[in-house]
Every structure is written in structure tokens, then in C-alpha cells.
Design a protein around this ligand. Sequence first.
Ligand SMILES: [Zn+2]
Length: 281
Amino acid sequence: MILRQTRKMHIKPIKMRWLTGGVNYSYLLSTQDGSKSWLIDPAEAGEVLAELNKSQLASVEAIVNTHHHYDHAGGNVAMLAALKKEGHSVEVIAGSKTSPAATKIPDHSQRFKLGELEITCIRTPCHTQDSICYHVKDVSTNEQAIFTGDTLFTAGCGRFFEGTASEMDAALNDRILNAVQEPNWSSTRVFPGHEYTKGNVNFIRKAIYRHVGENNAFDALEKFTNQYEISTGHFTLSDELRFNPFMRLDDPIVRKMVGDDKGSWSRSQVMNQLRKMKNAS
Ligand SMILES: [Zn+2]
């Protein structure tokens, strides 16, 4: 008998700021053999270092930020110092120099190689102007993931701190989807910057899909969140397209519930009103 071992890329979510309510995630993205990694948004160096063993620490080739906010980029300097102590000097990849110690500022669609992993930077300005989502594909297994920071949350999206509703529509529904490409949507697992799914589900049940049976994918998501605390990495871009109202701006139920009874609003008007309702919830 031949034993076949399926080797896979590794994604290790690391909880940060859960006791203070931030419910942030850092992620260690590693090649199949674990020899090379990206460390994404290690905002709290202490909490991250406690979760990494020696070889994981040694594998880090870059610290990577999804955007400049302190609860994502605030650990860059401390993390660099900890790595330097081990004899490693690494790149800091970020959307702008506002991220402390940034050394590489990728363009939209710029690609990086990490072993057998192919990573595409998708610039998604809105939550901040320097927001980047990172799509990763293991070319040997076709396994895929996207790290979305505070742009896309499972069943939600980030606040528009530095951008407009039309920019968020472009970020979620044009830039991400087009960069990943339709054949890959159903195999691309979503890894957001925060575990906000439960709150998003509560909002949607109160304000959008108020009745079971209106959206089966949403009903299933609600069941999942009633059962499990952790949702990161469990849902794909195709799932988001089925249950995330911010990616369903033309859904008649979404339009009706934001107040567009005639279906005559622009997509950005719908996006804007959805975000307003979520902010007020
Ligand atoms: Zn943020």
C-alpha cells in the first residue's frame, strides 16, 4: 500500500486583544514544509510571541499589515525587535508608510512568492486608504485564502473611516472578486482581522433577513455562530456572496430593508444606508 500524504499550506490564527473586546486576529501563513512564513498583523507582540515556537519564529520572512490601524500594525516595531534578537531581519510589507517600519509598499495586483505560495495584493481603499487584502494560492494544491483585515468581515465589512460607500462597493464587489476571479471564489477561505461574525449575524437578523427561510445561506450561518465561537477560515467568498448584505446590494430584500422600496437607489446609496444602520445597531 502506498501512503499518500497530502501536504498543505498552514494558516495559524492567533487571537489578540480578546480579553479587552478587540477580538483581533494575527495570522501565521506558512508554506507546506513550514520553512517560510508571513506574519500578518501581529499587533500585540507579546500575545503573538507566546503562540509561536522557535521554528515558526525562524520561518518568518515578512511582517505584513492589512492597514495602518494600531490594532493591526501597532506591533511591528516590537515584533521586529524580537525577531532581531533571534538573528532575523525581515521585510515589513504594508499599504503605506503610516504602518510603523514599513519597508515595502505593494501596488494593486502586485504578486509575491512564498515557497509554493503565490500571494496577490489587492488594494481596497475605504476603511483606510492604505487597506490591502492578500489573496494566497498554493499552486500545488489549489488551496486558497484571503486575508481581508478590516475591509471584509464574515457577513459584514469595515467602517468607512477614510473612504466612501462607493469605494467600499468597489473594494468588496469589484476589486476583491475580480482579482480572485470567479472560478476561485468557492475555494477561497476568508480570514478577517476581527471575529465579528456573531454581532454581524445579530444585526442582519434584526434589520435585513428578519425571517427564517428568506436566505438559506444566512440561516445556516446563524446556526453555525450559535454553535461555534470561531468563524475565521470557515467561509468562502462564495458564501459571502450568499449571505453578506454588503455584497448583495441588488438583493430585493436588502434594498427593501434599507428603505429602497422601488429598487431605484444607486448601489452606493444602498451601501451607505446599510453601513449607517450597522453603525447605529
Ligand atoms: Zn481598522
